[in-house]
Design a protein. Structure first.
Length: 573
């Protein structure tokens, strides 16, 4: 239905009876049974001669639409730099509709992040509002149920239908802007859609209405943006929409939600002021479309070639590993990258509270917890872990250990299941302390079944924020007299020169050597081959996780053929 405000304005302009006008400009709702007659209804409506409407007098009568062309009609956005600001960089995120710009503000000595989109005139804004209200009332298709192209075609046809039925003739530029904002609302993420498209953004944080949205930029760190949700109702509506995209429910009765968006990004939502006094909030940790791979960890110097070759051999030979570190230190990233070394035929079961892992293995069961309103029907990590052990996994991956599920995980280690997991701790001492104390409460005798602990940190190198694996430590065993865990630091990151040091002796490699019946030379040759493969992948730019997985599988299946290529292209021999 046309809104009361627009209807009153039409009546005031045209001085005609409100009921007659309402009957003329309101399209009857059409059921699916008579949808086939829709074209005939529109044709009949166009054949009727009626006096000009407010829409027509503002925009003109509808003619055959001319398509927008950037070269002919000019840009949709104004890329001029505001006065008093220094431009750092501008780049498109949805060309030609949306760009983002990083600027430096000398007055506050801060960077700022601007989203640049087409500006609407007052008339275009009124038309857009009326169009979107009509679409909300009349859309009879679940746009999530079809692919994006199909949804876009359907939405475009309904927009064109609205413009024809109201005899609205728009310029190509105006129509393109209307199309963009409508598509952004129904198929995108509304105000933050350009930010979600920006591959340089790792984190999006909204702290309440009338507060700028903050982003975490890969180059510039935490930066204030020019995006703001202007009132509480608008933000509440958007929070509910995000929950629906996750396939979940949020309400005042249950105002906290952790979920996963369709692209894999992690999201945390709060609704209302009961638990966040400024109003509703959301935090989105963006998901990388292609997960980090070992060659990328080498390129970014998160780990050295030698360290990754060591982890490769440890993973292949079923050694259990915990990746520990602070928030955003790269724990899950490293876990996912190292998991690509799991033999292709091995059965994997993963357990996460929100889905983050992305593996190419076919024999993989990814498990995710289920939360419900109330306790009945909820399935937590403890339930999933107990169920996973009945599935006879060769590799068990637990997203993060926090509570009672850790006991089951360590029991699985002691019975021969290879386990990878992450936890929040900044040193081996912290790892042991967290494991031994509430709420985890693992007996020290079980901790010795763990093989390797990798400690990740987020730090600075030359004023640039980076992620490094600070140390890789082996759990050797337990002293029977003092009951202390015996550990061996195998790799250590030296912050003074940003390089990794090898201690020269590994108990894990010794155990592998005995298990495989290798001598020292065979072990050294095996490590050298894997280092050469990693160097070759870096030199050839092989980074995508599918390509890296193919190389790893080829090495397991046809090592001689792969090594011929690697040596020829790496050493010319």
């Amino acid at each position: 239905m046309v809104s009361k405000e627009i209807l009153d304005e039409l009546v005031a302009h045209q001085k005609i009876d409100k009921n007659k006008l309402k009957a003329r400009i309101t399209r009857p709702k059409i059921s699916k049974k008579v949808e086939i007659a829709e074209g005939a209804w529109l044709k009949a409506a166009r054949d009727v001669t009626v006096e000009p409407t407010w829409f027509e007098r503002v925009f003109g009568r509808a003619e055959e639409a001319e398509r927008y062309d950037l070269q002919k009609h000019g840009p949709l956005v104004d890329l001029s730099v505001p006065t008093g600001m220094e431009l750092i960089e501008t780049y498109p995120v949805n060309e030609p509709y949306a760009y983002t710009r990083v600027m430096y503000e000398p007055a506050t000595h801060e960077y700022c992040y601007h989203v640049i989109e087409p500006k609407l005139t007052e008339g275009e804004q009124k038309l857009l509002s009326e169009l979107q209200d009509r679409l909300i009332e009349t859309l009879d298709m679940d746009l999530k149920g079809v692919d994006r192209q199909g949804a876009l075609q359907y939405l475009t046809s309904r927009i064109n239908e609205f413009l024809r039925s109201h005899h609205v003739d728009l310029t190509p530029v105006s129509k393109e802007k209307i199309m963009y904002y409508t598509t952004r609302k129904f198929l995108g993420y509304e105000e933050i859609d350009p930010i979600m498209r920006d591959t340089n953004i790792e984190d999006i944080s909204c702290d309440g209405p009338n507060i700028p949205v903050f982003i975490y930029h890969k180059k510039f760190g935490s930066v204030r943006s020019n995006v703001t949700f202007e009132d509480a109702a608008q933000l509440d509506s958007f929070i509910i929409k995000l929950a629906q995209i996750c396939g979940r429910h949020i309400s005042i009765a249950d105002p906290l939600l952790d979920g996963t968006l369709s692209d894999g990004s992690r999201i945390q939502l709060t609704l209302g002021k009961e638990i966040t006094t400024r109003g509703s909030t959301f935090t989105i940790r963006k998901f990388r479309e292609s997960p980090f791979t070992p060659p990328e960890l080498i390129e970014s110097n998160t780990l050295s070639v030698e360290a990754i070759a060591y982890l490769w051999l440890a993973v292949e030979n079923a050694k259990s590993i915990i990746f520990a570190g602070g928030t955003a230190s790269g724990k899950t990233t490293t876990l996912n990258a190292v998991s690509l070394f799991i033999p292709p035929e091995a059965k994997i079961v993963s357990i996460e509270d929100t889905r983050e892992l992305n593996l190419m293995h076919q024999n993989w069961i990814p498990g995710v917890v289920r939360e419900t309103f109330g306790k009945e029907g909820s399935i937590d990590m403890y339930d999933l872990l107990r169920s996973a052990l009945r599935q006879r996994p060769e590799f068990l991956i637990v997203g993060e250990i926090r509570g009672e599920e850790a006991y089951v995980m360590f029991q699985a280690m002691t019975t021969g299941h290879t386990t990878f997991s992450t936890m929040h701790a900044d040193s081996v001492t912290s790892v042991v302390h967290r494991l031994e104390n509430p709420p985890i409460n693992i007996p020290r005798i079980l901790i010795k079944s763990l093989d390797i602990i990798c400690i990740n940190v987020q730090t600075y190198v030359s004023k640039q924020r980076v992620r490094r694996t600070k140390t890789i430590i082996e759990v050797v065993g337990m002293d029977p007299h003092t009951n202390e865990l015996l550990t061996n630091e195998i790799f250590c990151w030296d912050s003074s020169d940003d390089k990794f040091k090898y201690s020269g002796h590994s108990y894990v490699l010794e155990r592998i050597m005995k298990e495989r019946a290798w001598d020292n030379k065979e072990l050294e040759d095996e490590l050298k081959r894997r280092q050469d493969i990693l160097k070759w992948m870096v030199s050839k730019g092989i980074k995508h996780y599918e390509d890296v997985t193919k190389i790893v599988v080829m090495y397991y299946q046809e090592p001689e053929e792969l090594m011929k290529t690697v040596k020829r292209e790496l050493y010319g021999s």
